[in-house]
Structures are given as C-alpha cells and as structure tokens.
Design a protein around this ligand. Structure first.
Ligand SMILES: [Zn+2]
Length: 270
C-alpha cells in the first residue's frame, strides 16, 4: 500500500528535524566537554614587554578565580604578629635571588602575574584606587630570569650605541634595569603601576592622579614605593615613581611613616 505523499513528506521532515536536533545536542555536548570542565590554569605567565600600552580599563582587573592557586611557598613560613620572611625578601645588586626560590604565581586578567600571596591585597588596593575615581594599570609584574636578562642586555646595547665602553654601558644599564638575578620583579612581589592616562615610565608619572593616590595610600595595602628619589643612593636604583613592592601591612606602615627604603628598614630590625 502506497503512503499518502503528504504523510511521507511529514515523516521526512520529522526525520530531518530529529537528525538536526541530535546533531546540535552532540555539538553542544562536545563544546561543553572541551571548554566547560574545570581546567588548570597556566600560572607561569611572563609579561611580554615592559612598557606595553593598554587601552581597555577592564583588562587590568584581577582574576577572581585566582584564589585557588594560593599555596604556601617553600620560600617562607607565616608567623603571627610579624611579617613573614617572604614578605621581607631583599633582592638588589648585592642580594641576588635565592637559588632555590619557589614562586606560586597567579595570573592577572591582563596577562601579568604576581606571587599568589599578594593577590588579595593588590586587588583591594587597585579597587580602592578605582573607587577614588582613578585608573591604575599594572604594566609590569613577575619576570623570569631569561626575560630580565633580555631587558638588561637591550639596555646595555642602547648605552653602547651611544658610545659608552662595554664596562660603562653595563654599569649605566644596571642603574635602570637590574642585572639578571637581582631584579625584584623576579620575586613576584613587585608591580609597576601606571596611570591608564599616562603610561610612560618617567618622572612625570609621579604627578599623575594614580601615583598621587598610591603614594598616599599604598602602605594601607602592604605596598611601598620601592625606589624613592631620596634613597636612590641606598637602593642603587634611580627614582621609579611606579614600582611598588609588597612587604606586608606592618612593614609598609612603618616604612611609610618613617620615610625609609626597604634596605634601611631591614637594617634596623633586631
Ligand atoms: Zn619595576
């Protein structure tokens, strides 16, 4: 018995619809399996360039899922009532990075990365700065040694191109870009923060609304301006009104109130 043509067409339509439905369901399931399941983030991210320019104020917001990476690093133990060892880690030309130093990094929303233990205070500071009406931007943060070496060698080449001897170029470069192994950026505890509306790393950065706010308030969140103008003889680094270092709440308060640099603060500790 032959089927009615209309009924046959209806059956074919139903089959086609069921096929499309099943295909769509399979595609959705596959997409979810590939992207929807929790994945371990790559926490070893290195910033690309030192003075990369950003325009979107949202991209420097911190990753709120970063807390899952909070771990105790082998580099320091928490001690109640005083700053933990890791918070007061001194890295400068005389004190290079410890050989076995381990860092658990957390990635910021713009691809920068910091030691995961400073993430919540950094986030609180940036949020408070924004709430005050300003636009802070973390433009540089954790660097591994290879990246620091590339920055340093680039600076040496710049001075050599100006006619300085190899030795002179190295000395001059080290005043501006720390020698590999001696940069605080390798600790994951330092961040360069600029004003979104003025992103140059020069002394005029000091006059921006963001820096004015940070100079006055960063200590409340455990950060200090690491290389103040008046202390460049002590730190060995020229004035950087953008480089902030996490030292913990108590130390930051004292350093701010007493007008010290980190080297001086550590020297007066018992
Ligand atoms: Zn810096």
């Amino acid at each position: 018995m032959q089927r009615h043509p209309v009924e046959t067409r209806r059956n074919r339509s139903l089959q086609r619809f069921a096929g499309i439905f099943l295909f769509t369901a399979l595609v959705l399931l596959l997409a979810y399996a590939l992207t929807g399941f929790p994945q371990e983030k790559n926490i070893w991210f290195v910033s690309e360039t030192e003075q990369k320019t950003y325009s979107d104020p949202e991209i420097f917001r911190l990753d709120t899922n970063a807390a899952q990476h909070k771990t105790e690093s082998a580099s320091g133990k928490e001690s109640a009532g005083s700053e933990a060892q890791w918070q007061l880690l001194l890295v400068n030309a005389q004190c290079p990075m410890p050989q076995d130093y381990e860092i658990a990094l957390t990635e910021l929303a713009n691809g920068q990365a910091v030691d995961c233990r400073i993430e919540s205070d950094l986030e609180a500071m940036l949020n408070a700065c924004r709430a005050a009406g300003f636009s802070p931007l973390v433009c540089s943060s954790y660097r591994d040694e290879a990246y620091q070496r590339a920055l340093y060698e680039k600076k040496v080449e710049e001075f050599a191109a100006k006619g300085l001897s190899a030795g002179e170029a190295e000395t001059a470069a080290a005043q501006i870009v720390a020698y590999p192994g001696t940069s605080e950026h390798q600790t994951g505890l330092a961040v360069d923060i600029v004003d979104l509306n003025y992103q140059l790393l020069d002394e005029a950065q000091e006059d921006t609304p963001v820096q004015q706010w940070l100079l006055e308030n960063s200590w409340r969140y455990g950060f200090i301006l690491r290389y103040p103008d008046a202390h460049s003889g002590c730190t060995g680094i020229t004035y950087e009104p953008w480089h902030y270092r996490y030292v913990g709440l108590d130390a930051a308060k004292l350093i701010y109130e007493q007008g010290l640099c980190l080297e001086e603060y550590l020297a007066q500790l018992p």
